[in-house]
Design a protein around this ligand. Structure first.
Ligand code: ATP
Length: 314
């Protein structure tokens, strides 16, 4: 019989990638070889980022994912363990390599990115359901679209049937999203560009975001949270159909990569840990944490730990 993962409150069914970042004077032309000035390796993948953020706030989090039996896969698992993430459901496969994202950044900050999903695409519906079934204390499940959409949908459907709250981050967005995603997401959480792609409406300001949020409700969601970078976020529920704007902190941003993941991981923490806290307050606190993350360089490297955050957030 499979072991039971008692006390896990949040599970992320999603992607793990290794970011391989080369800094270059200019982006190479086809067929050209150039010298870079710096290289760094970072842990990434939307699923892994959201998982690490939630874990750093002190809640028991499990990652449900697949990596290759290679050095990146082993390092990814070690990184989760350093961040107090339960890795019982991160399996290794010989069928594909760990997901990687080789990124080239020029001196103007422009980049070119190749994502090779590899093992991420091998997480099956059964892997997801079997992992979630071993977590009796689960309160929140988070899914995105960097793995097979069928697997994300199966995980959300399973969670919803068990009365577990689901957060869906439709990233990267696909225009023809299966309508069941709207139904099985308790909280549907896209950013501006994802919202534009899903609704066909422009989202450049709060008024436009409010209209787009209502359009997402009409597709079958019950709660929508659209993140808007420095403009904060907009939330609307099917009960009131009245969009509310929640501003974020004014900060001196250094690197906004991963702000959305910091926001979602933190939101899941508040929903799991403080079930009586109103959604607006959970969003306000998650925005605060995301605003701290943009003040540091890198993705996971900029995510704060609970001990580094003001006590009024807890
Ligand atoms: P990314 O793709 O870079 O991970 P995203 O586009 O998914 O990010 P954003 O909407 O940019 O997500 O950011 C998520 C939340 O983080 C925002 O709703 C806001 O609360 C906070 N945030 C992002 N950028 C800033 C910033 N420059 N200053 C303050 N808060 C920010």
């Amino acid at each position: 019989m499979a072991a039971v993962d008692n006390a896990v409150n949040i599970a992320i069914v999603g992607s793990c990638n290794t970011d391989l970042i080369s800094y270059v004077p200019r982006l190479p032309k086809p067929g050209e070889t150039i010298h870079g000035t710096k290289f760094s390796v970072g842990f990434g993948g939307k699923g892994a980022n959201q998982c690490v953020m939630a874990a750093r706030l002190g809640v028991k989090v499990a990652m449900v994912s697949k990596v290759g039996d290679d050095s990146f896969g082993h390092d990814t698992i070690k990184n989760f363990q350093t961040n107090n993430v339960n890795t019982n459901h991160v399996s290794m496969t010989k069928e594909a390599a760990t997901g990687v994202a080789p990124i080239t950044v020029n001196t103007e900050g422009q980049n070119s990115i190749v994502i090779v999903s590899g093992a991420n695409m091998l997480i099956t519906e059964d892997d997801a359901k079997s992992a979630l079934s071993q977590m009796p204390d689960l309160k929140v499940v988070i899914c995105q679209l960097e793995i097979s959409p069928h697997t994300s949908l199966a995980a959300m459907k399973y969670a919803k049937e068990k009365g577990i709250l689901t957060i869906f981050n439709p990233a990267p967005a696909i225009p023809e999203l299966d309508s069941q995603f709207y139904k099985y997401a308790d909280i549907f959480c896209p950013n501006e560009t994802e919202t534009e792609l899903l609704t066909g409406l422009p989202v450049t300001n709060i008024t436009e975001a409010e209209k787009a949020a209502l359009a997402l409700l009409d597709k079958g969601c019950s709660k929508v949270v659209i993140t808007l970078g420095t403009q904060g976020s907009v939330v609307v529920t099917s009960e009131t159909r009245k969009a509310i704007h929640i501003p974020t902190n004014k900060v001196k941003a250094i690197d906004t990569t991963g702000a959305g993941d910091a926001f979602i991981g933190s939101l899941a923490y508040y929903l799991a840990h403080y079930p009586a806290l109103p959604l607006e307050e959970c969003i306000k606190r998650a925005s605060h944490i995301a605003s701290v993350s943009v003040c540091g360089a890198g993705t996971q490297t900029s995510f704060p730990w609970k001990k580094d955050l003001p006590s009024e957030l807890f």
